[in-house]
Write a protein that binds this ligand. Sequence first.
Ligand SMILES: Nc1ncnc2c1ncn2[C@@H]1O[C@H](COP(=O)(O)OP(=O)(O)O)[C@@H](O)[C@H]1O
Ligand SMILES: [Mg+2]
Length: 285
Amino acid sequence: MMFAYEKHLPPVLQIPDLIIKEGEYTALIGPNGCGKTTLIRHFNALLLPSAGGVWIDDLNTREARNLVEIRRRVGMIFQNPDNQIVGMSVEEDVAFGPGNLGLPSAEVGRRVKEALAMVGLTGLETQPPYTLSGGQKQLLALAGLLAMDPKFIILDEPTSSLDPAARQKVLSLLQNLRQQGIGIVHITHDMDEASRADRVLVLDQGKLAADGSPAAILTRVEWLKALGLAPTQVTELMWKLRQRGETMATNILALDEAVNEISGLLERLRASSNGGLPGKAGRSV
Ligand SMILES: Nc1ncnc2c1ncn2[C@@H]1O[C@H](COP(=O)(O)OP(=O)(O)O)[C@@H](O)[C@H]1O
Ligand SMILES: [Mg+2]
């Protein structure tokens, strides 16, 4: 797939064939301006490729008659939750999408209730959305998508304006949704967030620079830094210890794995310093 904003401009994206699966959590990372937002805007036909094609299951995004169904299947969440509010109350906001599908009102009501429960906003039905916190607004936007019964949810830096507690809520909700079989595509600058995914795609200057597991990609410390991405503190610590000549596993992302690895290192150091004591060595000869 290829995309240029204007015919006379060089293409912003040149992406080989790529399949994104339902029930898979894909993190999309890359430096500012590499084309992440442009790419995901193709996933629900906000943009159409200049060459090649994008399909949601068997639906080509180029065909206008597929548009409504594509946008039902692929929900999109953007960075700023304020731009995504459409209703005068929480309930009305979530009901907007399913209401437009022409569903019976009892079914809309059922979906609204279920979606609010999924994101943890039950009890706030009659609140005007502007009274919600930034995190709650992002959860409200997610509830609006969930009420559409989507197959995929695409999120463009959804946590960048949230406080740590709200961020954790959104991240754990994404894990739940993945477990329920929804495909997640999550654009992020935070490698800790990316490490929660099943698969990591790296874009650089509109090209796919890497595609693999978080452990395979997020541990390439020097490479990530050269791209302008900040590795996680855990991976950076492991890397610094290796730089100092310590033998550390190269695929460590999680904090508890790092703790095990460092415990192993400490044991080796203790053993070698005991063995290396002149007195002891002398006695053992
Ligand atoms: N509406 C637009 N018109 C022309 N160029 C654009 C437009 N939006 C983005 N670009 C350019 O396309 C490239 C990719 O941008 P974008 O997809 O926003 O990257 P990212 O989301 O990775 O930061 C950048 O060079 C950007 O300047
Ligand atoms: Mg962007």
